[in-house]
Design a protein around this ligand. Structure first.
Ligand code: NAD
Ligand code: TYD
Length: 352
């Protein structure tokens, strides 16, 4: 790691907080600046274990605010950017597409412009790393995998906004020679995920004996990767990835939603001392998501063969760990659900 100072955007969110933790602990001589607007998805409690480390700095700010972003790049001399800040939930993108356009597209362009302006004379050792999703490739049928060559075919406002930002990042590489790299990852799971996403939502509902909403018939397939393994891949790509390249990251771990939910029901029955089948009785089939992509599956062959990455956890172990984390961190979940987490910033950074 040669970088002296790295900007990580969206570091208070689910994946971002795992990336910040990894970098702050692994690279004590590198200053890690976490820029986050603290939207509903940003939760600084995710980072309470690293917030007092000398190489960590938090900046509250919005990537859609162009003057603010330019000023941030003037105040810090960043060697690298790892860009995760985004609106990330497909269902929200269906009800409010514009906020996805603003953050995911306009926000990304503000960062690209700031990096381009600052790095125009000394770009060789800099890197703009854009974090994206496999959803840009569209929806697979029963067979096949997304590779880095799969044509883009986004089908939700979320995936269309991410696809657009990916195209812009590549355009800055070709047009302005901005040093960039992109990765597209499959569905992540693990600690600190906002409980609007499937896995934490299911855990929380089972625990509280609430109905488990299954969209359509539960036949949609997702490829699940443990979030810490995504953070490890990001570290590898940031340090060893080739400029201008794209890397796919996936778990090689496909589950139909209904099968995944049943496995979680059975694990939770045991952990909560319930009769077998009790949690499954909460499964409730509800109206399908509009335009619901059938199947995502990633071929991570390039990342594995070129950079030597592989997931460290098998799914059985990862899902147990994840369930244990949510059961042991009741307060985190309670604070998220009742909104208490939103006062954390004020307590930690304003009032003291
Ligand atoms: P998240 O919703 O948990 O976190 C997003 C973070 O970005 C939050 O902390 C939020 O406050 C911040 N943010 C949102 N708008 C902002 C703005 N305008 N300015 C500054 N900060 C802002 O998301 P996540 O699941 O951690 O995803 C992180 C990134 O990884 C996203 O770019 C997403 O597209 C990508 N990704 C996610 C997954 C997944 O399964 N969750 C898979 C592949 C790729
Ligand atoms: P989600 O976690 O929202 O991730 P994504 O849509 O980005 O893949 O959803 C994962 C899958 O679970 C997806 O097929 C939609 C489905 N789903 C449900 O069946 N019920 C729910 O309550 C949620 C949130 C998702």
């Amino acid at each position: 790691m040669n970088a002296k100072r790295i900007l990580i955007t969206g570091g208070a969110g689910f994946i971002g907080s795992h990336v910040v933790r990894l970098f702050v602990n692994k690279y004590p001589d590198t200053e890690i600046v976490n820029l986050d607007a603290l939207t509903y998805a940003g939760n600084l409690e995710n980072l309470s274990d690293v917030e007092n480390k000398p190489n960590y700095k938090f900046e509250k700010g919005d990537i859609t605010d162009e003057p603010y972003i330019n000023d941030l790049f003037d105040r810090y001399d960043f060697d690298g950017v790892i860009h995760l800040a985004a609106e990330s939930h497909v269902d929200r993108s269906i009800t409010d597409p514009l906020s996805f356009i603003k953050t995911n597209i306009v926000g990304t362009v503000n960062l690209l412009n700031a990096a381009r302006n600052k790095w125009k004379d000394n770009g060789e050792n800099k890197l703009f790393y854009h974090i994206s999703t496999d959803e840009v490739y569209g929806s697979l049928g029963e067979t096949g995998f997304f590779t880095e060559q799969t044509p883009y075919d986004p089908r939700s406002p979320y995936s269309a906004s991410k696809a657009s930002s990916d195209h812009l990042v590549r355009a800055y590489y070709h047009t302005y020679k901005l040093p960039v790299v992109i990765s597209n990852c499959s569905n992540n799971y693990g600690p600190n995920q906002f409980p609007e996403k499937l896995i934490p939502l299911v855990i929380n509902n089972i625990k509280n004996m609430k109905p488990i909403p299954v969209y359509g018939k539960g036949e949609n397939v997702r490829d699940w990767l443990y979030v810490v393994d995504h953070a490890r891949a990001i570290d590898m790509i940031f340090n060893e990835g080739k400029k201008g390249e794209t890397y796919n990251i996936g778990g090689n771990n496909e589950w139909r939603n209904i099968d995944l939910i049943k496995v979680m029901c059975s694990i939770l029955d045991k952990k909560l001392g319930r009769e077998p089948g009790m949690s499954e009785s909460l499964i409730t089939f509800v109206k399908d998501r509009a335009g619901h992509d059938l199947r995502y599956a990633i071929d991570s062959g390039k990342l594995m063969s070129e950079l030597g990455w592989k997931p460290s956890l098998q799914f059985e172990e990862g899902i147990e760990k994840t369930i244990d984390w949510y059961l042991e961190n009741e307060k985190w979940m309670k604070n998220v659900i009742d909104g208490t987490y939103e006062s954390y910033y004020k307590k930690q950074y304003v009032d003291r």
